[in-house]
Design a protein around this ligand. Structure first.
Ligand SMILES: O=C(O)CCC(=O)C1=CC=C[C@@H](O)[C@@H]1C(=O)O
Ligand SMILES: [Mg+2]
Length: 315
């Protein structure tokens, strides 16, 4: 099915997001529109500055050419390919309710504990961002969080921010039996793997899987892959990685990259299909201040709806 329009959007971020040395106060992206049997569907293309290797400008040029039947699917950058594949996926009937998501905890100790208390039900799993404050403070934070929620297990994410020594201190000081994994603890994969050898810190790969040349391979200590469909691109490639990892008993967790409500709906559909055993990491909806074109899948109230007519049409 060919897209019937290409639209440009800007979504304000309620709280600016900070990572990889950048601060973002809005999400800018493109929507590929599909029409089927009188219904409208949208594929979301929003590369994440600081994480994606493709830029919005490259994606826009490629999608414009594709819409005008000048380019082929195989040469689309990852975020554009995700928009095309996921827009088509959403055209298929989605019969099951959206999966629940793992709460994302980040910020100061006070903010993290408040985010935890604000959960409607005590979560069994939460994702905590680490390697953002002195390691002793974060060790205390992990103890406080686990103390506040006795049934809770944690996924941690260091975004390659620790030195080996910092990560080793951390690993030796927290209850590893309540930690599912730490995403990318150290700057290099070799250091992260050594950390497992020395301290049995369970590892997950995230940034590593985003490299164009990444191919799944089993690595001692790597218990999970955190896969961001917007950054990986095509659903076929994503499916190949998931199948190869599952074959080895390595878990795959689909994770968002601050997409719009439409991109999140697509990742939710993919998670139901490809990784039904793992709760995906999609707790980024409320970072954006409004829904695009259709109300969000989770029924989160009080979000303004920006209709398609208010978006800039490029094709
Ligand atoms: O994985 C999740 O649970 C939510 C998404 C998330 O944590 C991230 C999305 C994009 C960039 C980072 O801030 C972070 C990550 O590195 O995984
Ligand atoms: Mg990560």
């Amino acid at each position: 099915m060919h897209p019937s329009a290409l639209l440009h959007y800007r979504l304000p971020l309620d709280t600016p997001i900070r990572f990889a040395g950048q601060t973002l106060d809005q999400r800018e992206g493109l929507l590929l529109k599909f029409s089927l049997d009188g219904q409208l569907y949208y594929g979301d293309c929003c590369p994440l500055p600081g994480f994606s290797r493709d830029t919005l400008a490259q994606n826009q040029d490629s999608l414009l050419a594709y819409c005008q039947r000048e380019g082929d699917e195989a040469s689309l950058p990852p975020a554009a390919r995700f928009a095309l594949d996921s827009g088509r996926l959403l055209c298929q009937p989605q019969r099951r309710p959206p999966p629940s998501t793992v709460p994302l905890l980040a910020g100061s100790e006070k903010q993290v504990l408040a985010q935890l208390s604000a959960q409607l039900q005590p979560p069994r799993l939460a994702k905590l961002k680490v390697a953002r404050a002195p390691v002793e403070e974060e060790i205390n934070l992990v103890h406080r969080v686990l103390g506040q929620a006795p049934g809770l297990r944690l996924r941690l994410d260091a975004n390659r921010g620790w030195t080996y020594e910092q990560a080793a201190t951390f690993a030796a000081s927290v209850p590893l039996d309540r930690i599912d994994f730490v995403e990318e603890p150290c700057a290099t994969l070799e250091e992260s793997l050594a950390l497992y050898q020395q301290h049995r810190l369970p590892l997950a790969l995230d940034e590593t899987t985003q490299a164009q040349e990444y191919r799944y391979q089993p690595l001692p200590g790597v218990t999970a892959l955190v896969l961001k469909p917007t950054l990986i691109g095509g659903i076929d490639r994503l499916t190949d990685i998931v199948e190869a990892a599952h074959h080895d008993g390595v878990r795959c967790v689909l994770s968002s990259s601050f997409e719009s409500n439409l991109g999140l709906a697509a990742i939710a559909a993919l998670a139901r299909q490809l990784t039904p055993e793992q709760t995906p990491g999609l707790d980024t909806l409320e970072a954006t201040g409004a829904d695009l074109c259709q109300p969000n899948l989770w029924g989160v109230p009080g979000r303004p709806l920006i209709p398609e007519a208010q978006l800039e049409r490029l094709f």
